[in-house]
Design a protein around this ligand. Structure first.
Ligand code: ADP
Ligand code: MG
Length: 676
């Protein structure tokens, strides 16, 4: 067995656990070592029994002198024990954990860590963690800072702790340090072995922090270097056919002037940056970042028009069919009158031969189908989805062309972060929303005002002819209910019990076939419904200007950035828009967080707040940041990010002096090739 041994090959037990572990991202032994705790329970205070006080979280160590199961009403059980040390005795109880009576016996020496409670003037240690104390073996579940891991059904922190402590004994020395020695010394970093040991079983919170910093550095360092490598490869390429802009400037300006609105300053700047990229002989690789509703589509459209004027084709790829169809309509409306031929390729709308002579192809992943030939592809635009992978690039290369590339995203990315993780991309940002947009009035609605809110909604719709979204909650799979089922039930309830007969309701959920989804959205767009009840699938990109009310259920289940994305589905027209947030949560922190939606309207600020509000408990939690997932590092640790960039600049591109590092980077870049 070594670090690369797949979990399922370790033992029969592990084989059984393999699919569960995979959910946690643990596929091989090494992954156990990199499955990082997101917090620690502090059981390091070891008390004598006579000293324990109600309210304290303590560890006591002693001998079991009594242990049994009692039955309570309703067939529940109660496990009771008494434990003594040289200073006294204490009662211990657990609820409904009958196996404890089997695993602990009278005479055993144990450590118990948990909260001390007082019942009827008697002191009880309530549902503590427990473990047998064995000479020369350090406790792992009690008596120390105890790691709490991301878990999944059937894989508890306790189980993970046991495995990890085993691998820390017999595998950790095999880890190779891919960080150059000079960097380790200059920054006084822990060795990789010590960092991994300390992050799992730290001596103190300070040393856990030190370990985390070292591991976060590693993670960001690899991301930074991969980006630098991608960039240097990219810079060596040349586009098949550079564009000229000057010659067509008049046409482009005329198109911009014909738009029903004036471009914002941000849009103008982005257009300039993109057009000057298009004139280069090296391919553009640019990220266009702008909050929801900031108007990225039209910027992309101008670039595609420029490409068309040069006699070249463009492709725009969206993450969902709904969005692809919407782009198809928007782009057709504006560009078809200028003689641009636009085709659509999605899973349910395969490209037909007669459509294959397009100037612009709009679609989902289907646009990369082998069957579609691009003779003169000049520009590829990727909207709101994963970064364009090495694999997709290879697919396009296979078609014998090397186009310019523009990626568009509403995920807020701080500048330092962008420089590290997207260091290979040039960045354009749309800083402002188009003029005249009103802030979306947002309220966190108290549960008792629910009925009032529905009434208000119906009045608004009746008076102004606006439309509304009602977003049903995500349902965790384990909850015995699917999101789709919940949405259908809510739809029936709203129709029968809440709104009057005059209100026309539509239902949109993820299980509908793509054609059906489209039909529903089209009907909504045509104002055949007043209210669209939907699962959170409407999150990405949908543009329905007449919809001005967004009601979101179970908002405690969403991150702020995600709520902001949902809210961005309204407020797209001239009319005042509203967002109503519902929650049953009583947790003051949650309520405060949700309340901040009322006053904050900028995506990047909400994303930052989201992160800072996760609290120390969640400090080491993972965060999905649009396209890259960080396991250990935190995108808002600007100082560390700068350090990473400095250190990377010192050694790049001379990676041959660092063979372990170079191999590691190779491994990452091949992992990126796997399909998404
Ligand atoms: P996103 O950046 O979220 O993709 P869209 O491109 O879908 O945003 O644009 C949102 C809406 O704003 C569209 O209806 C679009 O026509 C409109 N829009 C774009 N630019 C402007 C502008 N400069 N002024 C007014 N409306 C604009
Ligand atoms: Mg968009």
């Amino acid at each position: 067995m070594d670090l690369q041994t797949p979990v399922r090959d370790v033992s029969r037990i592990y084989k059984m656990y393999a699919s569960r572990l995979e959910k946690l991202g643990i596929k091989k032994i090494e992954d156990f070592l990199y499955h990082i705790p997101f917090r620690y329970d502090d059981y390091s205070l070891i008390s004598k029994i006579k000293d324990v006080q109600p309210g304290e979280i303590v560890t006591i160590q002693g001998e079991i002198i009594e242990i049994k199961t009692d039955f309570t009403r309703r067939f529940k059980t109660l496990q009771r024990a008494r434990v003594k040390d040289e200073t006294g005795e204490i009662a211990v109880t657990w609820f409904n954990q009958p196996y404890i009576v089997k695993s602990l016996a009278i005479g055993d020496t144990v450590a118990l860590s948990g909260k001390v409670e007082e019942f009827l003037h008697k002191i009880v240690l309530q549902s503590p963690e427990y473990e047998l104390l064995i000479e020369h073996i350090e406790p792992i579940h009690t008596s120390r800072l105890v790691p709490i891991y991301p878990e999944t059904k059937g894989v508890s922190s306790k189980w993970l702790r046991r495995q990890t402590s085993k691998f820390l004994q017999n595998q950790v020395e095999k880890l190779l340090d891919h960080i150059p020695d000079s960097i380790l010394t200059d920054n006084q970093f822990l060795s990789i072995q010590n960092a991994i040991k300390e992050i799992h079983f730290p001596k103190s919170l300070e040393s856990a922090d030190e370990a985390r910093r070292r591991l976060a550095f590693d993670e960001l360092f690899l991301l930074q270097l991969s980006a630098m490598e991608r960039k240097s490869t990219w810079l060596k390429q040349t586009v098949t056919k550079p564009l000229t802009i000057k010659k067509f400037r008049k046409h482009i300006d005329a198109f911009i002037a014909s738009l029903p609105f004036q471009l914002t300053a941000g849009q103008e700047k982005a257009v300039d940056e993109i057009l000057s990229d298009l004139e280069m002989s090296k391919p553009m690789n640019r990220l266009l970042e702008g909050d929801v509703g900031s108007g990225k589509t039209v910027v992309g459209m101008i670039a595609m028009y420029a490409s068309h004027l040069n006699g070249l084709q463009s492709v725009i790829m969206a993450p969902t069919e709904i969005l692809a169809n919407q782009h198809y309509n928007t782009i057709s409306n504006l560009l078809e009158p200028l003689g641009v031929k636009i085709s659509l390729a999605t899973g349910s709308n395969k490209l037909k031969i007669e459509d294959s002579a397009f100037h612009i192809l709009v679609g989902t992943h289907a646009v990369l189908s082998k069957k579609i030939a691009f003779e003169k592809l000049g520009l590829v635009i990727i909207d709101e989805q994963q970064r364009f992978g090495v694999r997709q690039r290879a697919l396009i290369k296979d078609k014998g062309v090397n186009p310019h590339l523009l990626t568009m995203t509403a995920t807020p990315i701080p500048r330092t972060v962008a420089l590290t993780i997207y260091g290979d991309l040039d960045l354009s940002t749309l800083g402002e929303l188009p003029k005249g947009r009103k802030l979306i009035k947002t309220w966190l609605v108290a549960p008792e005002k629910r009925d009032g809110a529905y009434e208000w909604m119906e009045e608004q719709i009746a008076e102004t002819g606006s439309q509304a979204f009602i977003i049903c909650p995500f349902i965790e799979e384990s909850e015995n209910m699917t999101t789709v089922k919940a949405a259908s039930q809510e739809f029936e309830r709203l129709k029968k019990e809440v709104f009057s007969k005059n209100m026309r309701l539509g239902l949109l959920h993820g299980k509908l076939k793509s054609k059906e989804k489209d039909a529903v959205l089209q009907q909504f767009k045509n104002k055949e419904f007043d209210i669209l009840v939907a699962t959170p699938v409407v999150e990405v990109g949908i543009d329905i200007p007449n919809a001005t009310i967004m009601l979101i259920e179970a908002t405690e289940r969403f991150g702020l950035a995600q709520l902001h994305q949902l809210r961005g589905r309204v407020g797209r027209g001239e009319k005042q828009s509203y967002c109503l947030l519902f929650t049953d949560s009583k947790n003051p922190t949650t309520l405060k967080k949700l309340k901040s939606m009322e006053t904050m309207h900028i995506g990047s600020e909400l994303a930052e707040l989201d992160l800072s509000l996760r609290g120390p408990g969640d400090l080491y939690g993972t965060m999905q940041h649009g396209m890259v997932k960080l396991k250990i590092a935190n995108f808002f640790d600007q100082a560390l990010i700068r350090l990473v960039r400095n250190e990377a600049n010192k050694i790049f591109p001379n990676l041959d002096s660092y063979p372990i590092l170079r191999d590691k980077l190779r491994l990452i870049s091949t992992e990126n090739v796997t399909p998404d």
